[in-house]
Every structure is written in C-alpha cells, then in structure tokens.
Ligand binder design. Structure first.
Ligand SMILES: C[S@@+](CC[C@H](N)C(=O)[O-])C[C@H]1O[C@@H](n2cnc3c(N)ncnc32)[C@H](O)[C@@H]1O
Length: 325
C-alpha cells in the first residue's frame, strides 16, 4: 500500500513538472505577441495567445530568452557551427528553428524531454509545415526516423527520456549519433530545479565526463532562502510542483560550485538583474516602451531571484572561458 501511494505521488509530481512546459510556452507566446522579441515558430506550439501576463513577467522572459541566446550564439560562432547542442528539458522550445533561420545551425541539435512532452512536440512538427520544412530541408535522404517518442534527422533530433536515468539517456543519444569529439553545448532552462540535487549533479557530472570541450548553460532560480524565494516555493507547491533541487539555488556561489566540483574547469554566474543590465541597452529601451511598468521594485526582486550560470571545459583551447556578456 505504501509503495503504491509513493508511486502515485511521484507520478503526480512528474505530471506537475511536465505542466511547467506549458507555463513557459504560454508566457513566451504572450511576450512575443507583445513584441518583446520575435519568434514566428511559437504560434505553432501554442495556438492562442492566452491570458494577459503582467509586464514584469514579460520582461523577465525577455531577459531569460535574450540571456540564454547571447551565450549560445557566442558559443556557436566561436566554434564556427562545428559543434552540437543538447537542450535538456527542452519542452516546446523553438531555438532549432531560430538558428536555422539565422544560419547558425550546429552540426546537430538534440532535444530531450519526457516522452509525453516529446510526443506532443513531434505531433505539432508533423502537422505544421513551417516546423517540418526546416528539418526536411537539412536532411540528406528521403526518409527520417520518426516514431511516437523520437525523431531523428541529420541536423535535428528529439528524444523522449527521463533526465534522471543517465544510462538510458546516454544510450539513446549515442544511438542517434551523438559525437563525443565535437565541442558541445548543453542547455538547461528552468529544468534542473525540478529534480533532486543528486539527480542534477549526475547530469552535470555525466556532461563533464562525456565531452572534452564543452559549455553548459543553466538558467534557474537563485537567492531562494530569503522571504521572496520562500513565497516562490510556496506558490509552486500550491500547484503540486515541488522545487526538489532548490538547495543548489541558494546563491550564485552554490550555482557555480555544483559545476566546479563535478569536472568543469571554469564557472560563472550572474543574477538576471545583472544580465538585464548587460543586454544591448537599445533593445532594452525598446521593450521598456512596450508596456507601462508600475511595479519596478517587483521586477527587480523577480530578476534577482533567477540566474544564468555557465561552465566550460576546453581541451581544444577555443577560448570558451572568455565567453560572457
Ligand atoms: C519549465 S519547463 C522549461 C522548458 C524549456 N526549457 C523552456 O525554457 O521553454 C521544464 C521542462 O523540463 C522537463 N523536465 C523536467 N524534469 C525532467 C526529467 N526528469 N526528464 C525529462 N524532462 C524533464 C519538463 O518536462 C519541462 O518540459
């Protein structure tokens, strides 16, 4: 009986984590509909613009997306596209299509998420030509591997897997021609915080062991032990969503530390208030004119509770540790 209850609880917990993918998608969809940044592909994953979101939420998503893109694009340029990207917990992210459009496609772009999330994404890709066309265009043969929980083409691959099961993840990536010799970017955008510190540390460790030249960018909460952080945790708990990994989100130091103790040579971390102040200020001024923001203090608090941490290892001496804002 006890085992059964535990199974049901963890199932509910995983379902709540999977639902966070819809939150991210609807918030990004809304912000793009207001013109914070351009993403012509989002509409194919979330048809309706949905409920209005507060201006501080839209600015927060702007900082998140621009902040991640800045480091990712710098890495791709540094490697002259001779690299691969693995987006862990990718949800309905559209980065592959943006990179294709901007002529910045890596040799291969991998995405991982729970099989049910992947099944939904594949369903949308199959049905919407603007999503499927770029995949077909960059594929050299007539047929590509496609089933309910995976799609593999020359340049884009999406895999249904649980990130907490590293050996299956590793096996599946290798089956789809992961190249351990290529400079590799690992992305986790609001993902690690949903798993225990031991599970996320396994992933960070596995990534460091698997590639000799790599960069890992992690976006998630920080400064979570203060009052504002506690309220964020309680709000999520009310929706059955437990931030199981919050322990690593105490400070910028704790964020860096988890990489440095797991085989990464160099790590940096900034809170999103700082990232926001380092983004191209002309564009920041443009988005600040889009909507009137009454509660500046709330925006600052929000941005101070998220961070981008990036870590590198660089056997090929590409200069990865110099990539910054
Ligand atoms: C908040 S969403 C973020 C999605 C995307 N990275 C973005 O920022 O738009 C978190 C994603 O991580 C995925 N995720 C969390 N834990 C996972 C696990 N153990 N295995 C696979 N995917 C996981 C969820 O299914 C969800 O799609």
């Amino acid at each position: 009986m006890a085992a059964r209850a535990a199974f049901t609880d963890s199932d509910t917990a995983d379902e709540a984590v999977r639902a966070t993918c819809d939150d991210a998608t609807t918030c990004k969809r809304f912000a793009t509909s207001k013109g914070y940044w351009k993403d012509p592909y989002m509409q194919y994953f979330a048809r309706s613009v949905g409920e209005r979101k507060a201006p501080e939420i839209n600015r927060g998503y702007y900082a998140r997306v621009q902040g991640m893109n800045h480091l990712l694009d710098a890495f791709i340029r540094k490697t002259e596209c001779d690299c691969q990207v693995i987006n862990l917990g990718a949800g309905l992210d559209t980065t592959f299509w943006r990179l294709k459009e901007e002529n910045l496609l890596p040799r291969k772009f991998f995405e991982i998420d729970f099989p049910t999330v992947v099944a939904r994404k594949i369903h949308n890709i199959k049905k919407k030509p603007p999503l499927s066309k770029p995949i077909i265009e960059t594929h050299s043969t007539d047929s590509l591997l496609l089933d309910a929980h995976s799609l593999d083409s020359d340049r884009y691959c999406i895999i249904g897997a649980d990130l907490r099961d590293i050996s299956t993840l590793d096996q599946k990536l290798k089956k789809f021609q992961l190249n351990q010799e290529l400079p590799t970017m690992l992305l986790s955008e609001c993902v690690l915080v949903y798993m225990t510190p031991s599970h996320s540390s396994n992933i960070i460790h596995w990534a460091a062991e698997s590639f000799h030249t790599a960069m890992f960018i992690n976006y998630e909460q920080v400064n979570m032990s203060d009052r504002f952080g506690q309220v964020m945790i309680e709000n999520l708990q009310r929706r059955q969503c437990n931030l199981a990994g919050v322990e690593a989100c105490q400070s910028l130091e704790s964020q860096k530390e988890r990489f440095l103790k797991s085989g990464w040579e160099h790590a940096d971390a900034l809170d999103m208030m700082t990232v926001y102040s380092m983004l191209p200020q002309e564009d920041v001024a443009r988005i600040e004119r889009l909507e009137f923001l009454d509660e500046k203090e709330l925006l600052h608090q929000l941005l101070q509770h998220y961070s981008i941490c990036w870590a590198t290892k660089d056997k090929l001496n590409l200069g990865l540790s110099q990539l910054a804002y």
